[in-house]
Design a protein around this ligand. Sequence first.
Ligand code: PEP
Ligand code: MG
Length: 324
Amino acid sequence: LSAGLDVLRELPCVTTDGHRIPLWVNTGLLADVVRAQERGAEGVGLYRTEVPFMIKERFPSEKEQMAIYREQLEAFHPLPVTMRTLDIGGDKSLPYFPIKEENPFLGWRGIRVTLDHPEIFLLQTRAMLKASVGLNNLRILLPMISGIRELEESLHLIHRAWGEVRDEGMDVEMPPIGVMIEVPAAVYLTRELASQVDFISVGSNDLTQYLLAVDRNNPRVADLYDYLHPAVLEALQRIVKEAHEEGKPVSICGEMAGDPAAAVLLLAMGFDSLSMNATNLPKVKWLLRQISMQTARELLAKVMRIDSPEVTHATVQLALRNLG
Ligand code: PEP
Ligand code: MG
């Protein structure tokens, strides 16, 4: 198997009829980077910056953050590294910044926290920009956006950080900026959001949770949590269509991208890249190299006519088994 993995690492992710789809990884620590490279990742689709924050006793300084981000950018250079601004609250808390709420998933999380604390956001984005000097493979991604105003405020702060870094004499390019679509409201605003940014990335973990009103971490309702639910698939198709109509690329960085059965449907929908846990990358690549875009599209068309997630699972599994 390891010999097979070595061969697979060097091969592109391309369907039998020549459709290329880059496979990216989700990272948090430097250890993830090594595993990602062993598996031939073509970039980082989601670097969860809250992970290095979680293992500290206090907010890391601008200098500390810069060093951490620089390591990620250097390790992948010249491949792109998509850094998400701090996404705390919900299920992710910092020991030195407790958030106590009745309903944390509908509360103060992601961009809401950092827009209320622009000093945290500015310091972080300055650190990212400084870390990218001379490398220019940084992309910045904004979590939990639910409206246009939040995006505009975030863009304003990033431009301010950029101005500050340049005032310090650093020659830094403005990186591509993207928005996560992970709140149902954002699905219906894809067109407007996409028009103001460089790329879109779907957070299917939260999007599934919020569309279905099912806590992603509650075992009691775990059997209701299903990213192949027809409503989730409809939302995903809509996002791809509207982002593409604005001429913007769309990626997906939730767990479903690492599930080979789901990956085939995402390919067929027209996602421009898939970002996943490095562990899942070889099996997704292996499968996408066995299938044609034509077959994937036929399967998607069939699945979109099914109204039960159970039947969808069975249909996709059967189709993939027939591939070998
Ligand atoms: C998501 O919500 O799908 C996502 C990728 O972000 P996280 O899992 O970190 O919330
Ligand atoms: Mg999320």
